[in-house]
Design a binder for this molecule. Structure first.
Ligand code: NDP
Length: 290
C-alpha cells in the first residue's frame, strides 16, 4: 500500500487557526497582541521573500509584526545595538534576526545577543541548552513542525526507532533532541556515517535534512516507516527534497512531499513560538496547542 502523503499546508492552517484563537482570546481579556520584531539586513532576495511570508502570516493570526531594515553596510556593533534595544523594549515579545547577514557582520555575536526569552527561532545557546537538557523553553521552528506533523498523524514516537540524517544546529540536532525528549530512540547520521542506508532502514521515523536531492531512496526505508523530508533545494526553478518520492512512496507508511510538506509548517510554528514567548513573558495562559 502506498504511503499517506502529508498535507503540510492543511496542518499549518490548523496551527495558525489555533494561534489566531489564542491571540483573540487574549485581546478579549484586554491583553495586547504579541509583538514580533524581525531584523532584515542586506539585499538577499530569498531572505526578503521569507520575511515577507512571515509578515503575512503575522497579519493572518493577529501578531503585531515589525521589520527593521538596517542598511546592508551596517557594522556588527550597529546590529548589536539594535538587537540590544529590542531586547530591552517591553513591547517586543519575539525577535528574529534573518540570516544570512552580510559578510562584514559577525553573525554569531549578533545571534547570541538576542535576548533568550525573546528568541523566537530557538537558536540561542541558552535555549538550545535547555532543549538538550530536556526542559525546553522554545525550539527551532522547522523541527517543531516535523513533530507537529507526527503528532497530527498520530505516529507513535515513544519507544520508536528514529533516524535523523543531518546534524545542523537549525534542523538535524534540534530534531534529534525533540525526538529524544519525546522518548524515541534516536540515531543521528551525517556525511561520515557508515552504511547510511542500513542505519536508515532501522527507522520507524526517518527524518532527512541534508539538502542532497533524492539521496534517500526506497533502499533506505523500512516498510511502513514515517518519512519526513525537510530538504528544500532549488533545482531549475523547482523545489526538491532529499527523498526520492517515486521509490519511497510504495514502501513508507507516511511521507511528507516537497513542496507542501514540512515547508508550510515552519512559519506556522514561528507564529506558535511567538505566542509561547509572549505567554511566558507576560504570564498569560496558553490554551490548546498554540
Ligand atoms: P546543512 O547544510 O547545514 O546540513 C546538512 C547536513 O546533512 C549536515 O549535517 C551534513 O553532514 C549532512 N549531509 C550532507 N550530505 C550528506 C550525505 N551524503 N549523507 C549523509 N548526510 C549528509 O543544512 P540544513 O540542516 O540547514 O538544511 C538541510 C535541508 O533542509 C536543506 O535542504 C535546507 O534547505 C532544508 N531546510 C528546510 C527548511 C524548511 O522550512 N522546509 C528549513 C531549514 C532547512 P556533515 O555534518 O557531516 O557535513
Amino acid at each position: 500500500m502506498a504511503a499517506t502523503i502529508v498535507d503540510g499546508k492543511a496542518i499549518a492552517t490548523q496551527v495558525e487557526d489555533q494561534v489566531r484563537r489564542q491571540i483573540a482570546a487574549w485581546r478579549d481579556a484586554g491583553h495586547p497582541s504579541p509583538g514580533l520584531h524581525v531584523v532584515l539586513c542586506g539585499d538577499d532576495p530569498a531572505s526578503a521573500t521569507y520575511v515577507a511570508g512571515k509578515a503575512r502570516a503575522s497579519e493572518r493570526v493577529g501578531i503585531r509584526s515589525e521589520v527593521h531594515r538596517p542598511p546592508a553596510d551596517s557594522s556588527t556593533e550597529e546590529l548589536l545595538a539594535l538587537v540590544g534595544r529590542l531586547g530591552g523594549d517591553d513591547e517586543v515579545d519575539a525577535i528574529l534576526v534573518q540570516v544570512p547577514l552580510p559578510p562584514q557582520i559577525d553573525s554569531g555575536r549578533v545571534l547570541d545577543a538576542v535576548a533568550p526569552e525573546k528568541d523566537v527561532d530557538g537558536f540561542h545557546p541558552v535555549n538550545f541548552g535547555l532543549l538538550a537538557e530536556g526542559r525546553p523553553r522554545i525550539a527551532p521552528c522547522t523541527p517543531l513542525g516535523c513533530m507537529e506533523i507526527l503528532r497530527h498523524h498520530e505516529v507513535p514516537v515513544r519507544g520508536a526507532r528514529a533516524v535523523v540524517v543531518g546534524r545542523s544546529t537549525i534542523v538535524g540536532r534540534p530534531m534529534a533532541l525533540l525526538l529524544t525528549n519525546a522518548d524515541a530512540t534516536v540515531t543521528v547520521c551525517h556525511s561520515r556515517t557508515a552504511d547510511l542506508a542500513g542505519v536508515c532502514r532501522e527507522a520507524d521515523i526517518l527524518v532527512a535534512a541534508t539538502g542532497k536531492v533524492d539521496m534517500i531512496d526506497g533502499s533506505f526505508v523500512k516498510p511502513g516507516a514515517a518519512v519526513i523530508d525537510v530538504g528544500n533545494t532549488r533545482v531549475g526553478g523547482r523545489v526538491r527534497g532529499d527523498v526520492d518520492r517515486e521509490s519511497v512512496e510504495p514502501i513508507a507508511g507516511l511521507l511528507t512531499p516537497v513542496p507542501g510538506g514540512v515547508g508550510p509548517m515552519t512559519i506556522a510554528m514561528l507564529m506558535s513560538n511567538a505566542v509561547a514567548l509572549a505567554a511566558a513573558r507576560r504570564g498569560l495562559a496558553v490554551t490548546g496547542a498554540a
